[in-house]
Structures are given as C-alpha cells and as structure tokens.
Design a protein around this ligand. Structure first.
Ligand code: NAP
Length: 420
C-alpha cells in the first residue's frame, strides 16, 4: 500500500480480514495502527493516549507501529485540505484506527469531518460504553449504577448532511416542493428558512439494532432499549422502533423477546438468558437515566438522540474527560472519545486524557488484546483512585493531586509497569 500523503511505518505489518462473514481480524504482533491526534485538545490527549497504549502493548509482549494521519487543522497546515483521501483510505486499508476530536465550525464553514469519516467508511455503529471507574467523582449519589452501552446509528438522521441554507435557490425549490406538491402549505413560516431532511431507513435501523442485540446476547446483558421520539416523528423515529421490534421478533427465536411478550407470555419474568427488547421515548429516557439508572443496559438509538444521550450519561460517571467511544462497521474500528476539541484548553497540557485512553482500550479489545485492554482500564482506575487527577476531576474532589495531561499519562504508564 502506498500513499502520497501518509507514511507507512516500516516496522509493522497490516491487519487483515480473516473472515469476511464474521469480520474476524488477523492481527500481527506489531500491527500498523493509524492515529489522528485531532484538533484543539487532540494535540494533548492524542500523544498521551499513544504512550499508554504503547506501554500496555509492550507489557503484554507486543508493539504498535503507529501510522500518523492528518485531518482537520493538521491536514490544512500540511496539505491545505481538511480531510485528505489518503487519510480515509489508510483507515479503510488498515481496519483499526484511533482518532482524537476534530473541530466543526458552527453555522457556516465546512461540514463535520467526524461525520464525513464515519459516512465515507460506513462505520454505521457509534458505540459508547458508560461505566463508572472507582474514585471518579460524580454529580449523582450512586454513579456505580451506571453500566450502559449506547449503540448510536452513525450514518442517517438529521446528521446525514442533507440540508439547505436559508435564502438559496435550493431551499426555495425544496419549500415549493413541500408546500405545493406535498401539500404542507401552512407548515413552513414565510421568510428565510433553512430546511434539513431526516432519513431513517429500514436497512440502517435494522443493522444498527442487530449490533445492539448481538452485543446483549454475547455479553450477558438482559435488556436492549430502543430510544426514539416516535410519538411525534412517527414515520422516522416511530419506524425505527417498529423495525427494532421486527428484528427482535423475526431474527432471534427464543433468545430475544419483546416487552409485550414478556408480559403476555411470561408474566413479567424473563426466562433465564433471554434478552428483552423494550422501548422508551427519548425525553423520558433522559430523566430515567437519572432516576432508574440501573434498569438500562444496552441502548439502540438514532444519530441525534444518541449524541445527546451519551453526553448526558457521560456526565453521570464523571464528565466528558472520562467517556470513551468507537465507530464500527464492515470489520473496521475507529476508536474516538465522546468529547470534542475543547479549543479553549488546546495545547495547555491540562485536560483529561482518560476518554482517549479508554477509547484505546476499546480498540485493544477489538484487536483481541483483552489482557492489554484490561491493563489499561486497571491502571487508569488505580491512578484516579490514588487521587492523581486532571483539573476536571480535581475540582470535584477534596484533596487529591492535580496533574497535567502528560503527567497523568506517565502515572498510568508507571502503573501499567507495576501491574504487568
Ligand atoms: P467539547 O469539546 O467536548 O468540550 C465541552 C466541555 O467539556 C469542555 O469545555 C470541558 O468542560 C469538557 N471537556 C471536554 N473534553 C474534556 C477533557 N478531555 N477533559 C476534561 N474536560 C473536558 O464540546 P464543544 O465545546 O461543544 O465542542 C468543541 C468542538 O469540538 C466543536 O467544534 C465540535 O464540533 C467538536 N466536537 C468534535 C467531536 C468529535 O471529534 N467526535 C465531538 C464533539 C464535538 P469545562 O469547560 O467545564 O472544563
């Protein structure tokens, strides 16, 4: 594989697909892994996470040949473009990668590079686990109740990028079509208007919901909750819910039952080992996350709901500095933290690298390096429990030692060496 804008490291070997059907990978001892440090605080958390992942790999008898990729500000600086084709192609070819946050201007300017990457690679499942680490301060009284994983559809919804700016010829054409041809003539106010389209397809919904159900079955989880606003958006979010129940009823035999079946056929007692699929309306769900936290285990939802929900859930377990994630599809994984580029802290060596480090843990698990992944989690947890924390957690606890991003990573590396 050769690229114009990417250097392939000589000391590693590429990861390949071992089984087309299952998406299983063939991972060499020194895999080439692409990394985008990202914009803003990406320049702080990216290198910090890299050090920790190197230490975990080495402690378990392996190593990582990092392949530095450029996107966002770093790509503009080097190549005068936001997202070089080679960056996308390198992730496609090398299958497992990690990225820091990329800035998206609000209103005008270029569209989200994060969304573009997910769409171009068809990484249709954005998976965001939310669990509490010992010692992490939280605004709720019992953060340990939260142990949830969100499967967020990544390619559709109002995030699809099908929208038109106010006062353009295109938006007026869409307005005329909606009002004159589709009969919604009183629905859009006169004067300038921006219009967006919300596609929710059976194909996109079902493949995401299958991922959530498969995860629940394979990880001994009891419930999958479809989160939607189908009472209002009947033909999009309502359809997502209906397609979810269809998947549950038609594709999993006795392994999965719906909430209706639970009550109609089992008196509310799920048979041992059965996954129950239920649904909640999104606004209710956001309050249930706080009031009945422990009842929710696996969430399947659409793009916008999933974005809101995972930030809110992240706050319950210590904030965005802690919350990891990954994008999956077609035997590929692009790990990335939930948080953005927090430009006001860029380059200050101040923010918490835990979210990026734990996104790396997700990546290690995907490689099948479960021992290295467990080391990362234990070392991060022990470091925080010992009171060594960055500013975000330090402001919420009494005592403790406030450290910089790089120092926190060094302490985690030291702990990895002690644990290994
Ligand atoms: P943000 O970058 O996530 O930051 C919001 C706040 O969250 C920060 O001010 C900080 O809170 C806290 N925070 C975030 N990361 C942290 C960390 N590692 N350690 C400690 N605290 C952390 O959200 P935003 O300000 O709305 O977005 C900024 C830019 O990022 C936008 O351009 C947005 O489009 C982009 N973004 C990118 C991604 C992505 O790349 N996937 C995701 C979301 C947003 P305090 O100020 O209270 O300390």
């Amino acid at each position: 594989m050769s690229y114009e804008k990417v250097e392939v490291p000589e000391d590693g070997e590429p990861i390949t697909l071992a089984d087309e059907e299952t998406g299983a990978l063939d991972v060499p001892e020194t895999p080439i892994i692409p990394i985008i440090h990202g914009d803003g605080i990406g320049t702080d958390v990216g290198p910090a996470a890299q050090k920790v992942l190197d230490a975990a790999a080495e402690a378990t008898g392996r190593s990582i040949a990092w392949m530095r990729l450029y996107a966002g500000a770093s790509a503009r600086e080097k190549y005068d473009e936001n997202l070089p084709d080679d960056t996308v192609q390198a992730i496609r070819n090398h299958r497992v990668a990690i990225k820091g946050p990329l800035t998206t201007p609000v209103g005008a300017g270029f569209r989200s590079l994060n969304v573009a990457l997910r769409q171009k690679l068809d990484l249709y499942a954005n998976v965001r686990p939310t669990y509490h680490l010992d010692g992490v301060p939280s605004p709720v009284t019992d953060p340990g109740q939260m142990d949830m994983i969100t499967f967020r559809e990544n390619t559709e919804d109002v995030y699809a990028g099908i929208e038109w700016e106010a006062e353009t010829e295109e938006v007026e054409q869409v307005r005329a079509f909606v009002e004159d041809e589709m009969g919604f003539d009183e629905k859009i106010h006169d004067g300038p208007v921006g219009i967006g389209i919300k596609p929710i397809s059976e194909f996109g919904s079902k493949r995401l919901i299958r991922e959530a159900i498969n995860y629940a079955i394979n990880n001994d989880r009891d419930t999958v909750t479809l989160v939607h606003k189908g009472n209002i958006m009947k033909f999009t979010e309502g359809a997502f819910r209906d397609w979810g129940y269809e998947v549950a009823e038609e594709e999993y035999g006795d392994d999965v039952i719906t909430e209706d079946q639970l009550w109609d056929e089992h008196d509310g007692e799920a048979p041992e080992g059965t996954v129950v699929v239920n649904d909640r309306i999104a606004d209710n769900m956001l309050q249930q996350l706080l009031t009945r936290t422990g009842e929710y285990e696996v969430i399947a939802t659409m793009n916008l709901n999933g974005d809101y929900m995972s930030d809110a859930a992240g706050a319950q377990i210590g904030g965005l500095g802690i919350a990891p994630g990954g994008n999956f599809g077609h035997g590929r994984c692009l790990a990335e933290p939930v948080h953005g580029s927090a430009p006001k802290y860029a380059g200050e060596d101040k923010v918490n690298p835990t979210a990026m480090i734990l996104s790396g843990r997700i990546m290690l698990e995907y490689l099948g390096w479960q021992d290295a992944a467990a080391l990362v989690k234990d070392a991060v947890e022990d470091t925080i429990s010992s009171g060594t924390v960055t500013y975000d957690l330090h402001r919420q606890i009494e005592g403790g030692t406030r450290v910089a991003t790089s120092e926190f990573a060094e302490r985690v590396v030291e702990r990895i060496h002690e644990l290994a």
